[in-house]
Design a protein around this ligand. Structure first.
Ligand code: OGA
Ligand code: NI
Length: 198
């Protein structure tokens, strides 16, 4: 059992948001950053949509990050290591919290300078499969002036989270509205959802 898995879950249970600062090793984060930069250079990232299936629309006034979905059939070594970590986390979560997670989906995301994602919820109205949202940041030497904070709207307070390298954020997808504030610098992450449907 990893102590950081426990802190993610404790944070979620106590404060509705689990945060750990060193979810990824420095090596894993370094390699994933390399992959994402390569994909960006090769122009493989796509402007993200809103909604799912037929409802997907590209609405750049709401979000203008660029994404690349990870495909389990085409993984690089570091991405396989990433999914091994996620598998271990899901196993731990299901065992300790009876969450019944059956599948997940993850994408790389890159916010170019000036990009943002306005206030939203992660669960689609037509698909209730997304149970938990998880964001892992890939930004070395992130400083406050870079902006790009994740702003989470809780019932009685607002929580601002800086997208620092190797940090993981975890919350329930249908519970907390959130937004990404304008980023003054290229901002990278892997974002995913744990699902109760397969
Ligand atoms: C999302 C999202 C938050 C972040 O992709 O749905 O809210 O901090 N991302 O990148
Ligand atoms: Ni979101």
């Amino acid at each position: 059992m990893r102590r950081d898995f426990e802190s993610i879950i404790d944070g979620y249970l106590d404060k509705r948001v689990g945060v750990v600062n060193d979810f990824l090793s420095s090596k894993l984060s370094f390699d994933l950053i390399g992959n994402l930069k390569l994909l960006y250079g090769e122009e493989k990232l796509r402007t993200a949509g809103i909604g799912n299936g037929e409802n997907t629309a590209i609405e750049q006034s709401i979000r203008n990050d660029k994404i690349f979905w990870l495909d389990k059939n085409e993984l690089k070594e570091s991405e396989t290591a990433f999914f091994e970590l996620i598998d271990a986390f899901v196993l731990y979560l299901n065992r300790t919290c009876f969450t019944g997670i059956k599948s997940y989906e993850y994408h790389y995301a890159l916010y170019e300078k000036g990009a943002f994602y306005k206030k939203h919820m992660d669960q689609f109205k037509t698909d209730h499969g997304r149970a938990f949202s998880m964001i892992i940041y890939l930004n070395e030497d992130w400083v406050k002036g870079n902006g790009g904070e994740l702003k989470i709207y809780k019932k009685t307070e607002v929580q601002l989270i800086s997208p620092e390298n190797r940090k993981c954020v975890f919350f329930k997808s249908d519970e907390l509205p959130h937004e990404v504030l304008v980023s003054n610098k290229s901002r990278m992450s892997i974002t995913g959802w744990l699902k109760t449907t397969s």
